[in-house]
Design a protein around this ligand. Structure first.
Ligand SMILES: Cc1cc2nc3c(=O)[nH]c(=O)nc-3n(C[C@H](O)[C@H](O)[C@H](O)COP(=O)(O)O)c2cc1C
Length: 275
């Protein structure tokens, strides 16, 4: 019997052990883990290109939605072609003088890179993002030569997560046309209400800048009394989600302010005023 066991080798001997033997249990568990990890890795690698396409389409869908262009089942690639995509140098508010292709530019990656990222001082970092990219993409819808709608990417910290979205501005570069969030990890039903279409609809028509060109827009604490003169700069806060609401407010202050798109929007508004 001892002779037979020796001939079977290590694997044979292990498999001959009773099923409740700890050595056999551990061995089977290890084999199962290996098989599963190979399957998961293979799926992740083989689906990577589809994930990239889906992520790109998700971004496109949000840009189309924020400009009221999205319809279910539409050819998003074709619909997206109407947008002119440019990179803005946020420091001077001009279109970036660079060879980087805006179609493949990754603003998030750039924010963390030594060449393309800018670290934010504490007093600048109202959106709680640590650093921002030197260049940011903008998505322009024109009517002839005139910009009709301008979509800017915005992001900032809420209660649990960084919230990523797009804000669309009208041709005065001051009136909000739409807002959409496409990524966040706030609590569903509380901070997650930033995705609620009824809340987002309240943003439409609100103004960002006051007559002195300062960011006056805020997410209010509680409801906004529409009879008050400042109501055009305010949107209702989300009930039970004060911290997320504050995060959204701060995100707008940052991205529409001096360290965000402020200089770019200011130059567009001056150009428009001179036309
Ligand atoms: C499980 C759980 C999840 C929460 N999620 C959020 C959230 O996503 N956003 C938020 O602002 N507050 C959230 N809160 C509530 C905050 O902890 C905090 O109470 C609230 O933002 C403060 O609002 P208040 O000043 O109106 O009380 C959550 C609370 C709990 C217990």
């Amino acid at each position: 019997m001892a002779e037979i066991t020796q001939k079977k080798g290590f694997l044979g001997r292990l498999m001959q052990l009773p099923n409740d033997d700890p050595k056999k249990t551990i061995f089977i568990a290890i084999v199962l883990c290996l098989v599963c990890s190979v399957m998961v890795s293979t799926a992740a690698v083989s689906l990577k290109s589809r994930q990239v396409v889906n992520q790109k389409n998700d971004i496109r869908q949000n840009i189309l939605a924020v400009t009221d262009q999205f319809e279910p089942g539409m050819d998003m690639e074709a619909a997206f072609e109407q947008f002119e995509v440019r990179l803005v140098d946020l420091a001077n508010g001009q279109y970036a003088d660079t060879d980087i292709d805006p179609a493949t530019y990754d603003q998030r990656k750039a924010a963390g890179s030594p060449d393309l990222g800018v670290r934010l001082e504490n007093q600048q970092d109202v959106a709680g993002i640590g650093s921002r990219a030197k260049y940011a993409p903008v998505y322009i819808l024109r009517d002839g030569d005139e910009i009709q709608q301008l979509v800017i990417p915005i992001h900032g910290y809420g209660l649990w997560s960084t919230m990523y979205g797009f804000l669309s501005l009208g041709s005065d570069f001051n009136t909000i046309q739409g807002l959409r969030f496409y990524e966040h990890a706030e609590t569903p039903g509380l901070g997650g209400e930033i995705e609620n279409p009824r809340w987002l609809a309240k943003w439409e028509g609100k103004k960002i800048y006051d007559e002195n060109g300062n960011v006056a827009f805020r997410v209010a604490r509680g409801y906004v009394d529409n009879n008050l003169p400042q109501a055009e700069y305010k949107v209702d806060g989300l009930s039970g989600a004060t911290l997320t609401s504050k995060g959204v407010s701060n995100m707008i202050s940052f991205w529409l302010g001096e360290d965000g798109f402020g200089p770019y929007l200011q130059s567009l508004r001056s150009e428009r005023g001179n036309n």
